[in-house]
Design a protein around this ligand. Structure first.
Ligand code: HEC
Ligand code: HEC
Ligand code: HEC
Ligand code: HEC
Ligand code: HEC
Ligand code: HEC
Length: 420
């Protein structure tokens, strides 16, 4: 009798535990989907409207995507998939010939999570759930928020589990007493060797995990968005007013650094434009309103410009912009190599800048990020004099031994190419 009862108890306890775990996994999955979407897809895709790529909402009703296997294949390697799929060939033509980047490092579970996130967001509609306008800006969510939530949930579960174990052993003792089985000396739970061992193991795992994550993450600032001395909006300039990135960051075409424009570049236009009246109301990340005209006045005081007399006072000083992207000193990165030779878009690495007011760091700038792109990205090999020295590859292409050349094949993952 008591034997059966204890089995039942264990079953109930066990299934409650498994249920809570699977519940946690579901939340984690939806959260992951959003994070992956924001960091990998949002540069080019929006759930509701077309941007660089098509709107992803309702994608499973289009083309071959009801077959999840095909979707995996597409995301892992778009070029290979497209080679024998007329639907995506047509898509590419209607998207200015831009080929989607591949993500071979995403697992099938990751892709499922993204599809899950897209579907739930799409069903909620543009007004539903979180503000879509905020979601559109490709803002990578700071990850630590979830970590705290999971930490607390895990702790609660652990306490429940311990209490249940204690109750269980007390009940067992009672039934044993009743049936006259002599009780062994009771051990308080804090001296029970099993619990102590478990506790130490858990501490090691958790502590080790955070130490390693912390060490790797040192100096990485994905999502970093410092407050700038002037509220200068890229959305107003590069988005609404369509000023070319290269007007201010011309260095990206000429050399290593993209450069931040000097005050006189701003003044080329702002000697004339002294008010902000045409664009939308701007907001700081904390929700407070920005007075665009007052921000232009700040620009004048940096430039040393008197807007009434329309002349320079000679008392200008440079604007001390907060630097956002910053690779460690041991890494060599060159803009013109990527923008001119490699023909990469600014948005691929910097996200949808034309939708951002204050710039936010989009990519994590980790070594994995660089190397993965070099593994997957094909270089525009033909008609590019930079590559004329690679005779063997040209010959292989002519003989149809290979159909394309990746950055990796021209040495893009050799340590010394990126490290001094
Ligand atoms: C660099 C820009 C870019 C990124 C990043 C990107 N895509 Fe795409 N995607 C495109 C383009 C462009 C197309 C249209 C086909 C083409 O031209 O290659 C496309 C097409 C698609 C399609 C087919 C849509 C349809 O209407 O049939 C799906 C699905 C898709 N992408 C999913 C994703 C997912 C998921 C991610 C993130 C893991 C992602 N894409 C990241 C640019 C991108
Ligand atoms: C009218 C001038 C202007 C134009 C046009 C412009 N920018 Fe900027 N950009 C700036 C200034 C000023 C800063 C420094 C202040 C800041 O970070 O917001 C900056 C900062 C940045 C940064 C962050 C730099 C850092 O500190 O790491 C990136 C990335 C960037 N711009 C990319 C772009 C891209 C991509 C475009 C085109 C879509 C563009 N910018 C168009 C003026 C401009
Ligand atoms: C090619 C012309 C041009 C250049 C260069 C330019 N701006 Fe502007 N700026 C504009 C226009 C157009 C507006 C919008 C005016 C309106 O909508 O009423 C604007 C608006 C602004 C505003 C108010 C809106 C906001 O973003 O907060 C500020 C501040 C500003 N500019 C600062 C700068 C700074 C700083 C620079 C140099 C890094 C700069 N601008 C370079 C054309 C320019
Ligand atoms: C292949 C990825 C990639 C592409 C494409 C790219 N950038 Fe960058 N960008 C970076 C990295 C990485 C850094 C950090 C560089 C550093 O810290 O030395 C950076 C830094 C910057 C900065 C800060 C100042 C500097 O030069 O360090 C600006 C501004 C900028 N990029 C603008 C642009 C613009 C504009 C374009 C398009 C014309 C562009 N970037 C294209 C990866 C890229
Ligand atoms: C979006 C894709 C992408 C990302 C991200 C990227 N690269 Fe590249 N990279 C390219 C392409 C395309 C080329 C080919 C251009 C060429 O042949 O020089 C290239 C070439 C290079 C080269 C020259 C390789 C050679 O053999 O000539 C170096 C060095 C390099 N990248 C460094 C970096 C570093 C460092 C990072 C990360 C901070 C990075 N790249 C991130 C696409 C990328
Ligand atoms: C495509 C560019 C690229 C190549 C190729 C590359 N690295 Fe890196 N490496 C980076 C970047 C970017 C970082 C900075 C990562 C960060 O700050 O998180 C880095 C960081 C490192 C670090 C410091 C530890 C860390 O993660 O911050 C070591 C060690 C390192 N690389 C070794 C190597 C070795 C060994 C190779 C050759 C097998 C290599 N790298 C090839 C771009 C590259």
């Amino acid at each position: 009798m008591s034997y059966q009862r204890s089995i039942v108890k264990r079953l109930i306890f066990g299934s409650a535990f498994i249920f809570s775990l699977s519940f946690l996994v579901t939340i984690a999955n939806a959260q992951d989907g959003k994070a992956i979407f924001n960091s990998k897809c949002a540069a080019c895709h929006n759930v509701f409207k077309n941007s660089t790529g098509p709107a992803l909402g309702g994608m499973e009703e289009r083309g071959p995507w009801s077959d999840r296997k095909k979707l995996y294949a597409w995301i892992h390697n778009p070029a290979a998939f497209m080679a024998n799929d007329p639907y995506t060939q047509g898509l590419k033509d209607s998207h200015n010939g831009i080929l989607m980047t591949g993500f071979p490092d995403l697992t099938e579970g990751d892709i499922d999570a993204v599809v899950n996130y897209v579907n739930t967001t799409f069903t909620a509609g543009p007004g539903g759930g979180a503000k879509p306008a905020a979601g559109e800006t490709a803002a990578p969510e700071p990850k630590s928020d979830d970590t705290l939530l999971f930490g607390v949930l895990t702790l609660i579960l652990a306490v429940i589990a311990l209490t249940l174990l204690q109750v269980n052993s007390n009940l067992k003792k009672m039934t044993d007493d009743k049936e006259g089985i002599p009780a062994s000396e009771p051990v308080p739970f804090y001296r029970n060797k099993l619990y102590i061992a478990l506790g130490i193991i858990v501490l090691f795992l958790v502590g080790g995990y955070y130490t390693i994550q912390g060490a790797i993450g040192l100096g990485r600032h994905q999502g970093y968005e410092p407050e700038q001395p002037i509220f200068y909006s890229h959305k107003v300039h590069a988005g609404i007013n369509q000023i070319s990135c290269l007007y201010c960051h011309g260095g990206a075409q000429e050399g290593k650094s993209a450069n931040i424009p000097a005050v006189n570049v701003c003044m080329n236009c702002h000697m004339g434009i002294n008010e902000y009246t045409k664009g939308p109301q701007l907001f700081r990340p904390d929700g407070s309103e920005v007075n665009g005209t007052a921000e232009i006045q700040k620009l004048y005081s940096y430039a040393g410009w008197d807007p009434d007399k329309k002349q320079y006072t000679g008392k200008g000083k440079p604007i001390e912009w907060e630097r956002i992207h910053n690779l460690p000193d041991h890494v060599y990165f060159n803009h013109s190599q990527h923008v001119v030779v490699g023909q990469q878009q600014c948005q691929t690495c910097h996200g949808n800048i034309t939708e951002m007011d204050e710039v936010q760091q989009f990519a994590d700038l980790s070594m994995g990020w660089c190397v993965n792109c070099h593994r997957n990205t094909k270089v525009q090999f033909t008609d590019n004099k930079f590559y004329s020295i690679y005779e063997k590859f040209h010959e292989d292409i002519r003989n149809k031994k290979i159909d394309s050349v990746t950055v990796e094949m021209i040495g893009g993952i050799e340590c010394q190419k990126c490290h001094y």
